[in-house]
Design a protein around this ligand. Sequence first.
Ligand code: ZN
Length: 68
Amino acid sequence: MTEDITVRLDRATAEDLYVTLYEVGEHIAAGAPITPQTIEEAERLGSLLRELGHSLGRRCSPYCKHLA
Ligand SMILES: [Zn+2]
């Protein structure tokens, strides 16, 4: 039972996601440092995380009322 999830990203969010996944991978593999996020990056990734979580049926916070 596979249910696909489609996510459409603007370029800035896609760049943020790429850098984050790359840096976290390098951090796990070799202890490389993770660059601190700017406020804008954190906001874009926070929005993506919330949207993706909702697509997966997860609540974005204990108080989430976005899910029906
Ligand atoms: Zn929510």
